[in-house]
Design a protein around this ligand. Sequence first.
Ligand SMILES: NC(=O)c1ccc[n+]([C@@H]2O[C@H](COP(=O)([O-])OP(=O)(O)OC[C@H]3O[C@@H](n4cnc5c(N)ncnc54)[C@H](OP(=O)(O)O)[C@@H]3O)[C@@H](O)[C@H]2O)c1
Length: 334
Amino acid sequence: MDYTTLGKNGPKVSRICLGTMMFGDATNEADSLRIIDRAIDVGINFIDTANVYNAGESERILSKAIQDKRDQVFIATKVCGPMGEGINDQGLSRYHILNEVENSLRRLNTDYIDLYILHRPDYVTPIEETLRALDDLVSQGKIRYLGCSNFYSWQLCEALWTSDKRGYPPMVAVQPLYNIVNRDPEVELLPMCQAHGVGVMIYSPLARGVLAGKYLPGQDPPEGSRADRKDRRILVTELRDESFEVAQKLKPLADAHGKTMTQFSLNWALANPIITAAIVGPRTMEHLEDNLGCLGWEIEQDALDEIDRLVPPGEHTGFGFNDPQYPVIGRPKA
Ligand SMILES: NC(=O)c1ccc[n+]([C@@H]2O[C@H](COP(=O)([O-])OP(=O)(O)OC[C@H]3O[C@@H](n4cnc5c(N)ncnc54)[C@H](OP(=O)(O)O)[C@@H]3O)[C@@H](O)[C@H]2O)c1
């Protein structure tokens, strides 16, 4: 396993981070436990979960797997998504964070969370309120480091300068969507993270499975795939013929390297020096074993150039800025 620091910060984490979003849903508990065990055995010490993953099941299963290994792993979990029907059961208010951190600690069966991540921005709660609550939790030893996910660079920058101004602990990591067909973070977020030493743990490095090449333009998704299972996120974001076509054009490049498409796409992301870790999302042990083969070799320059022609730096064929959960402020109508 390869390791690096979390940006300019102290913790050393594996460059493959184990994502646990499938655990307790598409992956049953027994298989999830085996996958986590195997990941830790091969040296993965960075594990990503969230309170919302399968209504807390992912955190609960993870707790079982790490019971006697708590000090060997660096666990990230998240807060913001809805955890109940109540009006305050989501978001980044002090109220919700202080409730929800206790719930995550209980489900994870741990005294502390290594990296507590704001799952997405809250456009209502002032960032001062959120950071003040997190500062208290760091002082209480319940969380060790702070991170954010799905933040635009201006939002991360605002969080950093607010922490600086108020003497709160800073964000040490950001978790954006980044992969060959979604290169938007290259425009602002990644350069900003490089300038400020913020660690970058990318999610959906295979575009939720699209870069495995399993989806074909104009055809139904293969049986059992994430799209076939009607996963809402892949349906609204990644299922585009343009992305499927890029994936098919990557196949000969991966073949020429003697690698699977998944290994090739993960290697591409990890070759970017600003990326700390890629969060893989195996549904099966076979996925994990395959994904592990992404390290220890390099993509040839000709292939890198070809990828840049297929999806130019900073551009996307897939998700991009089209997430309906973010307000887009367009030009006022004349
Ligand atoms: N912060 C956020 O908002 C956010 C959002 C999403 C995810 N995440 C985190 O990032 C992690 C990874 O996200 P992701 O699951 O979307 O990552 P991904 O790597 O883009 O997609 C994983 C999917 O790709 C397919 N796959 C993987 N290896 C394969 C192989 N060898 N052969 C064929 N198919 C393969 C599987 O889909 P099939 O089931 O179709 O086989 C698998 O579920 C999650 O577990 C979670 O921890 C965070």
